[in-house]
Design a protein around this ligand. Structure first.
Ligand code: ZN
Ligand code: ZN
Ligand code: ZN
Ligand code: ZN
Ligand code: ZN
Ligand code: ZN
Length: 372
């Protein structure tokens, strides 16, 4: 039952128990239901929608462009956005509770007729407070002794529920025939065939039907009809509650699946980032190694070439000195050795610049970078 209860209360966040959590629930909170279900205000113009939600006229006017009940989103079929059915029950309850509040007011109500004296009684049929003097007039001058008048003092001691119960008006329906209601024809008879309340004279005229009953039993039958339908709907409601729970499960599952996928993405990305960082380190290491290797190779080559140049220099110098200063004997002794060395030098070829192995070749690094 919990799910259904939350379903009902969820779209109405402005209930009194929520907005005023500081004071304990009072009797007034029991009558929150008579307020407009959108603005939570009292209104003399409460309309009943086909979804059985109750809204005030100004909320309905504001809500007109939406064309739906703001609580349950049921379409409002009327073009002007105003349903035809007045919620007379709630409107009347508001008025009766206002009377009760006046009775409970610390000053107490004043007489509705003379407006001066404190009221002593409440006549529920005149719907008036009366002081002792005006009550005398009510009883004798206006001849309304049959009216049910109750002492304000007694009513003050009652709870709101009790007050509403006690002042529930006896059945004073008016005849449904046009004109008769205005003439104050009280109806007590119901014709089952016409489905209408009739006054005595109309019932006499309607004698060909004769399937009459009194109004009281008809209203009771109608109340029972509603109760029976309510019982049937309660059974149906459990089906909707099950669907609601299933949908909630579905929503939770979807949420869970999304969460899992998000986690998977994060994990995979983290893994990839780690791999790429690893590759970065390796590549940087490789560049370092290649650089070192290239540096060493170049240094060796430089050394080699430098050595050749020095040998050539030494050869040139020695040949020149031999030509300048050598005796025949010295030429004969040394010339073949020098010639051998120069021949060796002659064999040497400088490597053409483009033909050497590229020292510190980074092609592999570039290829691996491309493959990332
Ligand atoms: Zn409203
Ligand atoms: Zn609704
Ligand atoms: Zn008076
Ligand atoms: Zn009266
Ligand atoms: Zn009839
Ligand atoms: Zn009539």
């Amino acid at each position: 039952d919990g799910a259904a209860a939350s379903m009902e209360t969820a779209p109405q966040p402005g209930t009194a128990s929520c907005s005023t959590p500081s004071h304990p629930p009072t009797e007034e909170d029991d009558f929150q239901f008579i307020l407009c279900e959108r603005c939570r205000q009292e209104s003399p113009n409460l309309k009943l929608l086909t979804c059985l939600h109750t809204l005030c006229l100004s909320c309905l006017s504001e809500n007109k462009p939406i064309g739906q009940c703001p609580v349950c989103r049921t379409t409002i079929p009327q073009a002007n956005g105003i349903p035809n059915m007045d919620n007379v029950l709630f409107t009347n309850l508001q008025a009766r509770l206002k009377v009760y509040k006046k009775i409970r007011d610390s000053d107490g109500p004043s007489c509705s007729r003379c407006q001066r004296e404190a009221a002593a009684v409440w006549c529920s049929e005149c719907e008036e407070f009366l002081c002792t003097k005006c009550f005398e007039d009510h009883q004798w001058f206006f001849k309304k002794r049959s009216h049910e008048a109750r002492r304000v003092e007694d009513l003050r001691a009652e709870s709101a529920h009790q007050f509403l119960e006690d002042t529930r008006k006896p059945c004073n329906l008016f005849c449904s025939r046009p004109g008769h209601a205005d003439q104050g024809h009280i109806s007590s008879i119901y014709c089952k065939k016409c489905e209408k309340a009739l006054c005595c004279s109309c019932a006499l005229l309607d004698s060909h039907h004769a399937t009459f009953c009194d109004i009281r039993s008809e209203t009771q039958r109608r109340q029972e009809e509603l109760s029976t339908m309510n019982e049937l709907l309660k059974r149906k409601r459990s089906g909707f509650e099950a669907t609601y729970a299933a949908l909630q499960d579905e929503a939770a599952r979807l949420e869970e699946a999304q969460r899992e996928t998000r986690e998977l993405i994060q994990q995979r990305v983290e893994q990839l980032v780690r791999l790429i960082r690893q590759e970065e380190e390796e590549l940087l290491g490789l560049v370092e190694a290649r650089q070192e290797q290239g540096r060493r190779e170049l240094a060796r080559e430089l050394q080699d070439v430098e050595g050749v140049l020095r040998r050539m220099e030494a050869g040139e110098r020695l040949v020149e000195k031999m030509r300048l200063y050598a005796t025949d004997q010295e030429v004969m002794d040394m010339q073949p050795f020098i010639k051998g060395s120069l021949e060796e030098l002659e064999q040497l070829q400088p490597l053409p610049a483009g033909n050497r192995a590229q020292p510190g070749d980074l092609a592999e690094c570039r290829a691996r970078l491309q493959a990332l």
